[in-house]
Design a protein around this ligand. Structure first.
Ligand code: XMP
Length: 519
């Protein structure tokens, strides 16, 4: 275990991911966690993240010198590097000279940290102060125009740091530098592989559930719930039942894919509830986005709980007298970090008010993806043998196509959008862009019409909007620069094959200010 101490930078999650890419498991902890508590977790190493601009800011988060007294290997990045220098008796000057963005770093003495990297490195910097004197006994490995000491190490004491951000893509050889610290200086072993993670998770799920009862998992068609269900199935077999609510707002072929491919790959016991009519009836006359979301959410809970009650009623009325029900959820690590959860246990008990079930039935959450990032969940899915169409599919919102029709949602409009969306996804896949594009919603402007000409005749159809974005986590996104020929194929095919659509447009707004979805 490597702990990444978060000094309030947006980079802590990225650092944790890079450490894991080095096949060393990492978790994020807040900087105010007492050193004794960090050490009690027995970390093999600690990485201090970047943070606010200056160690001199009055309310700057402090580094407890006890953390760098040599009991555990420590690597400081940017702010963490300066805080480390200061705590160890080096000198940090408040120069007011800023260095932002791409910067050339000169390697003075490669040592262990910068072994086998070029003597000049392009690196990503973001700092206003600089380390002017390394602590006693440290080797200065590099400098940059505005950082006299841009990297240092003390191999015997297993302490090192860099002024730049090795975790960002723009820093050349960043991953190598991080690995030199983790493997060569701190002595971590690169054993965290997906095979091991899957084994470990299966053991954990078995330990949690034991023989205490039945588990239920709601499948959305998305990758998270599919992977969560697949691994729980591996652990407890047919004591897991999956529920898939078809609300009629799914993409083309999605329900069939879950029913056929997912079941074939996992052997999961699946209950499909067709509730299209119930959802569409509830949505009649509604075009306000928030109202749509509320209605879809409400109907979803109703349908899911009814299905859940039926499954559990069967289970608890059996002679084995199971009294615990487990609810499997695909919560990911970023959600855990963002809700301040950190390392806490996941056995939150929650009581459901589901009609027809004994009052003392307890629900317990099973969250097998709680420690994983999205890309790791996809790897786990591959490891579990899930089909690529499920593992690499684009994220899809719970309310489905309901929030991609601007205006009232009707069956006819859904069918139009489903066709256009299927063409767009097919062409994206054909162009080999699935891994580069985070997602590309297709939005139907159902209340807008425009004049066109097709064949010999005038048309009066609807526009669709392509919304291709790149993103790491959906919190921020940029519009994706799709190749012109891909856009052209999508446009030609949609206008030819979907007769109600006569115009294809592209949304070129980043997030912020736009959100990814239109509603
Ligand atoms: P926005 O539109 O807020 O979307 O930029 C960010 C990400 O979240 C997805 N999204 C949802 N996912 N339920 C979900 O499970 C929802 O209600 C929902 N709304 C948006 C969206 O597709 C994007 O990936």
């Amino acid at each position: 275990l490597v702990l990444v101490v978060d000094f309030g930078a947006q980079y802590a999650q990225l650092i944790a991911r890079r450490v894991r890419e080095a096949r060393v498991y990492s978790e994020i902890v807040p900087h105010h966690m007492p050193v004794s508590e960090m050490l009690a977790r027995n970390p093999k190493a600690i990485v201090l993240s970047g943070g606010p601009a200056s160690v001199y800011t009055p309310d700057a988060p402090q580094l407890d010198p006890a953390l760098v007294d040599g009991r555990v290997p420590v690597f400081g990045i940017c702010y963490g590097f300066m805080a480390m220098a200061q705590a160890l008796g080096g000198e940090v000057a408040h120069t007011g000279q800023r260095e932002y963005g791409r910067t050339q770093v000169e390697v003075l003495e490669p040592g262990t940290l910068l072994a086998a990297v070029p003597t000049t490195l392009t690196s990503w910097m973001s700092h206003g102060d600089e380390v002017v004197k390394a602590p006693e006994g440290f080797t200065v490995n590099a400098s940059s125009p505005r950082a006299t000491v841009a990297a240092f190490e003390h191999v015997e004491r297993q302490l090192a740091g860099v002024q730049w951000h090795p975790e960002v893509m723009h820093s050349e050889h960043g991953q190598a530098v991080l690995e030199h610290f983790l493997i060569d200086i701190a002595g971590c072993r690169p054993t965290w592989t997906m095979v091991n993670i899957v084994e470990e998770q299966i053991d954990k799920i078995r330990t949690q559930i034991g023989d205490r009862g039945q588990a239920i998992c709601g499948l959305s068609g998305g990758v998270d719930s599919a992977v969560a269900a697949a691994i729980v199935q591996r652990a407890i077999g047919d004591r897991l039942t999956c529920v898939y609510v078809d609300h009629g707002l799914m993409r083309k072929g999605e329900t069939e894919q879950v029913e056929r491919d997912f079941v074939a790959a996992t052997g999961v016991d699946l209950k499909v509830v067709n509730a299209e009519k119930q959802f569409l009836d509830a949505l009649v006359g509604v075009s306000d986005p928030e109202e749509k979301r509320k209605i879809i959410g409400r109907e979803f809970i109703r349908v899911f709980e009814t299905a859940e009650a039926e499954i559990l009623a069967d289970a608890v009325s059996g002679d084995d007298g199971d009294k615990v029900a487990f609810l499997v959820q695909g919560t990911l690590y970023p959600d855990v970090v963002e809700s301040g959860g950190g390392a806490g246990a996941s056995n939150i008990k929650s009581h459901h008010n589901v009609g027809g079930l004994p009052d003392d039935l307890e629900f317990e959450l099973v969250e097998p993806l709680r420690t994983l990032f999205k890309d790791e969940v996809r790897l786990m899915g591959e490891q579990l043998g899930l089909p690529a169409e499920i593992v690499h599919r684009q994220p899809f919102p719970g309310p489905g196509l309901g929030i991609r029709i601007i205006g009232e949602v009707t069956r006819e409009r859904l069918d139009i959008l489903r066709e256009a969306d299927a063409i767009a996804r097919e062409e994206l896949t054909r162009a080999g862009l699935d891994r580069d594009i985070w997602q590309m919603p297709v939005v139907l402007l159902a209340d807008v019409r425009s004049v066109g000409v097709q064949g010999d005749g005038r048309t009066y159809g609807h526009p669709v909007v392509l919304r291709p974005v790149t993103s790491e986590d959906a919190m921020t996104a940029d519009w994706a620069r799709l190749p012109y020929d891909v856009m052209e194929r999508i446009s030609t095919r949609i206008t030819n094959e979907v007769s109600e659509i006569n115009r294809v447009t592209v949304d070129v707004t980043s997030k912020p200010p736009g959100t990814i979805e239109w509603e």
